[in-house]
Each structure stands twice: as C-alpha cells, then as structure tokens.
Design a protein around this ligand. Structure first.
Ligand SMILES: [Zn+2]
Length: 219
C-alpha cells in the first residue's frame, strides 16, 4: 500500500470505489477496468459510442462521482471521452473545428446537490482532451429545459419518452458546425433522442452521441 493510501484510509476512511481497497480514488487495478465493455452502436438511428458497460467498475465510479462528491473521479472519467468520440462515424475526417460537444442538461436540483454540473464538467474536460489529441471540438452548454421532467429512475422506456417529450430546448444560435451529444449513462436512449430533437429544432446537424456508459434496461 502506498503511504498516501494508508493515510487516506486512516484519516478519511477512503476506499477505491471499485474494490474497496484503501486509498484515494480508483486503485491501479480498477482504473483500467473503467474501459471494460466499450462499444459503439446506435439509438433511434443516431450513432452512439460508449466508454464502458454500466455493469462494471464504471457503475461504482459514477455513483461515487455523482452522489458521493468523489470529484477526483471526474478527470479519469473525462479521459474516456476522446476515445468514444473517435468512434463516431465521419467525425475524425471532418475539417476543424469538427463539431460542438453538447451535454444533455442537468436538473438544477442535481447541480446544487452535487456542487457541480457533472455532465457539463465531463463535456468541458472531454472536449479539451479531444482537441489535444487532434479532434478539435468545443463544448457548449446549448441545451436547457422547457420544464422540469420527473425523475427517470423506475420508468419504462415508453414512460421515459413520454416524460421527456418536448422537455429540452436549444438555447443558442443555429450552429455552423455539427453537434455531438453527450450524456453520462445511456439507458433507453430517451434523453439522447429528446436532446437530438431539441438540437435539430434549433437548426443543428446532429452527428452522433457519446456516453461514459451504456446500460441495457429490460424495459
Ligand atoms: Zn480498486
């Protein structure tokens, strides 16, 4: 055990979210597992690339980062975004600036609770890292809410679509470059598809979407 991990355990009771071994953040064994189950496919005809399957260390990392103020997990999570972006068809071949990276909006209550806008932080950092790797994207907070949808947890796929119908709006000028959408977890695709609808209504061309995790629901 590193001395810093020993101290973190002693003083803070800090544990790796993946395996609960003492230490700050993800341990050296769990960190590479963040990329377990990366893949690409589509939701509602929209290309989607994700960094991990939800049923992995990713699930624990997301819960800690979002609900338990483990903000140190945000940089390793954001580092997964450029690889997912590289999986969006045609993106890398575009002349710079290739696209805007637009996160789905986060409810104000969650931002206050967490002290950060988690998805925006991912987008902001992810776009910077992608630009450093030659994929010149800029993150823009261009989507907002028209109303407050109910919590999506526990809703079926059809209920999620209904809950989110018309809930987002594009609040920026029509962009001159295409858009890639970003969410942390894609389950039924209802959120991403509402984001696509709103972006298209605002005059944006939507090339695809990226997420940290893909979670396949039974609904
Ligand atoms: Zn671990």
């Amino acid at each position: 055990m590193r001395a810093v991990d020993y101290l973190a355990d002693l003083v803070l009771g800090a544990q790796c979210p993946g395996c609960r071994s003492p230490g700050l953040g993800l341990c050296a064994e769990c960190l590479p597992l963040l990329r377990a189950g990366a893949g690409a496919g589509a939701v509602g005809g929209l290309p989607l690339a994700w960094a991990a399957d939800y049923r992995t260390v990713m699930r624990a990392a997301l819960i800690h980062a979002k609900e338990r103020h483990a903000l140190g997990l945000i940089p390793p999570l954001a580092r997964l975004i450029p690889d997912a972006l590289a999986e969006i068809p045609g993106l890398a071949a575009r002349p710079p600036p290739v696209a805007l990276l637009v996160p789905v909006p986060t409810a104000w209550a969650h931002i206050v609770e967490r002290g950060i806008d988690f998805t925006w932080e991912l987008g902001r950092r992810g776009a910077k890292l992608a630009a450093r790797q030659g994929l010149s994207l800029r993150a823009v907070r261009a989507l907002g809410f028209t109303r407050r949808p109910a919590d999506q947890a526990g809703l079926s796929a059809a209920e999620r679509r209904e809950n989110l119908r018309g809930a987002f709006r594009w609040r920026a000028p029509a962009p001159s470059v295409p858009v890639v959408l970003l969410d942390d977890v894609v389950t039924t695709g209802a959120t991403i598809l509402e984001a696509r609808r709103a972006a298209q209504a605002g005059g944006a061309q939507v090339l695809g979407a990226v997420s940290l995790a893909r979670r396949l629901s039974r609904a």
